[in-house]
Each structure stands twice: as C-alpha cells, then as structure tokens.
Design a protein around this ligand. Structure first.
Ligand code: HSE
Length: 435
C-alpha cells in the first residue's frame, strides 16, 4: 500500500453511527486491504459531548467541532439525520471535493438536486446506498445494474415499523392501537412516530428510488402520501377475509405517454391490499422488500432488513470502501478485487445434513446395524421413517435424515451403508439445505 492514510470524519453517533465507528476501528486492517490504502477515523462529531455516547468507543475521538473534522478529512460519513446541520456539512464537504457517505433519506428527498450539484462543483461523489431500505442493495442495482433497461414500476415496502404493525394486526389479530403500542414499547417507532406512521419516511425513500428508476427528479412535494393511522379495523378484517394483506406501499410508476406527450411518472405512498400470493404479502415483521418491474429483466425482488444500527452500518461501510477505492485509484471504484486471497476449501470440509433413502431387510437388528454406521462416523440422526414395500426384493424402505456433518464423514457413511449386510440398496442421497 503506497497511498497515504485516508482521513475519515464521522458525523453522528446514534445507533448506526456508533456501530459504523466500531467497525471502522475493529475491522481497519481488513477494510484497508480491500481499499488498497490505510485509513484512520479521525473523529466523531456530536452535538453535545455530555450527551449519551457509546462508552466502548475511544472517548478522545468525540468532538463538537464538525467543521474542523470536515476540513481535515478526505471522506465524510454523515449519520446525523434530519435536514440541518446535516445539509450544510454535506454540501461543504462535497464542494471541497470530499466524498460523502450518507443514510439521510429526508435530506436527500428534499435537497438531492442541490447536493448532487455541490458534488459536481467539487468533483466529489455522494454515496447513499443506506438511504433507502438500509441493508438492502437497491440504489446501485437501479443506478448501475439496470441502467440499460426501462423500469415500468417500483413497488416497495420500505418502512419497517409500519410493516411490523400491519403484520401484527394480520397475524396476531390485534387492533391498530394495540399494534402501535407494542411497536412503540419494542422501540420500533421513533420518539416522534409520525415520520413512520404518516408515511413520510416511506415517501422520502420513494422519492430517491423514483429518481434512479426513472432518471427524473421527483420533488418530495409531488409524492402523494397516506399513512396507516386512518385504517379501520373493519377494513383490515375485510382484507383478510377476501384474501389480501394490507401493506404500506411506496409506488413509483411509469405512465405511458398520451399521443404527443412524454411518458409520465407518478410516485405515491399509501396502505393498499396485496393479494396473499403476491411476493410482497410474504414480507413479515420489520422487513423491507422492493419489487422492480423492468421491461427486459422482468420482475425482480430485493428483500431484507430496512432498518437497524448493525444492518445499516453494513451498507455504510460498503459505501465507504467504494468511496475510498475511488480516491485511491483516482477513478471510478473497481468493484472486483481478489485481495482477501482466502484458502479454497474442499467440499469434504463443508457441513450439511443429508436425506438418505435405503432399501433394507425388515428383520431384527437392522436398525441397530444401520445406526452403528452413523454412530461410528459421529453423525447424529435427526429423523427416521420406515415403510413396508410391496413388490420389491427388499422388505422396507428406510429414510434417514441426519444432523449437520462434514461431507467427508457423510460420504464415508454412505459407502459403509452400501456395504452393510442389512442394506439391499442405497436408493437416494440428497443434501438438505436452508433448514
Ligand atoms: N423508521 C424506519 C423504518 C427506519 O422503520 O423503516 C429506517 O428509515
């Protein structure tokens, strides 16, 4: 690594900020290797030094002087949230030619044109994969992977707390009031829950996604926004009875041109009924999902965690690595790198469980002989199922499902079973995954 050490300023020490700081410190060597240059977290700007702060982080990093940190930094990570002072800090960093990483959906939805313009002036990039649906990669797929396609519709569940509330009403049969209370007790709602329950958080994310999907700036004020507070128990009961689930949807849609006009786009957020067999109906709890309908690629679905300090920091760190690589190379980030150079493991080292079908003699001692083979290879049996066979040289079909064990041991077990006197034939062997 010949590049000088990059200086990183972090603004904000909430749940995402503190987790990001921890990772930048603990995983420094690994991330530096991926970037191709070392970096240093030079400080964490907070509003008040005596406010609640993460005690595990080095206390000397904390400062109230965000301006000084931005001046000294090469890269700025903004995790304060809200419009001001985040906007002033970000625009200043970008104008100074410093790449900015942000998860600030409200700010981007309101001022993305000015922010991107500040970046153009300074020759700096804004990285905001975490600003919509946190841990789910959706910004770069829309921006890069699908840039040659034509997107017709983006349909998303992009607010975790309202999805949790609606899911609890649907699956536990509780009322909206009870579900709101429960979400608040579990910390799913912000101190001021209106951004979530009135749909503003989802609308901000929809604004950002629409800009990428349709290459059109959609002002936040043009996004029709309804939240979930007006829903009635009768509506929710009727939806369930008629084969639907109610989800708070963010929709950005291309409307085909009328003669002599251009195509149009509409962006909206409202609670809507979704048929129970639609993939979005299966998005439970606080999870998010975004369904993209593209002309050539067809339907694509992105699913995962749309909130949470740890989950969001994953995305922030990825943006950080890409921004840092861009600076080190002086060019767009190179996405593929083989620098970790991990050892390649043979399949015999891999663990899985197996579903083994045997044809066996149906006589005393057979199970004992078969289980001795498994025990001899230190494999634990999870389930056994025996059925009589009508027209066969064997007497019974025996299915054995194992607990997880290495491939090597399972292969040996199957070879020994094939040799066992009680086994007429090994009929089928298949791995069980995802259990
Ligand atoms: N309150 C938001 C949610 C957090 O529930 O999805 C991320 O914006």
């Amino acid at each position: 690594m010949t590049h000088r050490t990059l200086k990183v300023a972090l603004l904000g020490a909430g749940s995402v900020g503190a987790q990001t700081a921890r990772q930048l410190i603990e995983r420094r060597a690994e991330l530096a290797q991926r970037i191709g240059a070392d970096f240093e977290l030079i400080g964490i700007a907070v509003r008040n030094l005596h406010g609640h702060r993460d005690v595990e982080l080095p206390q000397q990093l904390f400062t109230t002087d965000a301006d000084r940190l931005i001046d000294e930094a090469d890269i700025v990570i903004e995790l304060i949230g809200g419009i001001e002072p985040a906007r002033t800090y970000i625009e200043r960093a970008l104008s100074d030619g410093k790449d900015v990483i942000t998860a600030n959906k409200a700010l981007l939805a309101a001022h993305q044109v000015d922010i991107f313009e500040a970046g153009r002036r300074g020759g700096a990039e804004t990285w905001y994969e975490a600003a919509a649906a946190a841990a789910i990669p959706i910004i770069r797929p829309l921006q890069d992977s699908l840039v040659g396609d034509r997107i017709n519709r983006v349909l998303g569940i992009v607010n975790g707390s309202t999805n949790y509330i609606l899911d609890r009403i649907d699956t536990a049969g509780i009322t909206l009031e009870e579900a709101l209370d429960e979400a608040s007790r579990l910390g799913y709602l912000e101190a001021d829950p209106s951004a979530d329950v009135e749909g503003h958080d989802a609308a901000a994310k929809a604004t950002i996604l629409a800009g990428l999907a349709f290459h059109t700036h959609v002002p936040r004020s043009a996004v029709h926004t309804e939240g979930i507070t007006q829903l009635t128990t009768e509506q929710l009961v009727a939806a369930k009875r008629d084969g639907y689930v109610v989800k708070l949807l963010a929709i950005a849609e291309r409307l085909p041109a009328k003669p002599g006009e251009r195509d149009a786009v509409n962006v909206r957020v409202y609670p809507a009924m979704v048929p129970t067999d639609h993939p979005l109906a299966a998005v439970h709890g606080g999870k998010n999902a975004i369904f993209v309908e593209a002309l050539d690629a067809g339907d694509l679905m992105f699913y995962g965690a749309g909130a949470g300090g740890v989950e969001t920091s994953s995305t922030v760190l990825s943006d950080f690595v890409l921004a840092a690589k861009r600076i080190v190379r002086g060019a767009p980030a190179e996405f593929v790198s083989f620098d970790a150079n991990l050892r390649i493991a043979d399949i015999s080292e891999v663990e899985s469980s197996w579903h083994i079908t045997l044809h066996v003699a149906d006589e005393p001692g057979v199970l004992e002989q078969i289980s001795a083979v498994f025990a001899g290879n230190e494999i634990s049996v999870r389930a056994l199922h025996q059925e009589q066979l009508a027209d066969s040289a064997a007497d019974a079909s025996l299915v054995v499902v194992t607990h997880r064990a290495t491939e090597g041991r399972l292969q040996r077990t199957v070879e020994q079973l094939a040799e066992a006197s009680a086994v007429r034939a090994v009929i089928g062997v298949m791995r069980v995954e995802g259990d």
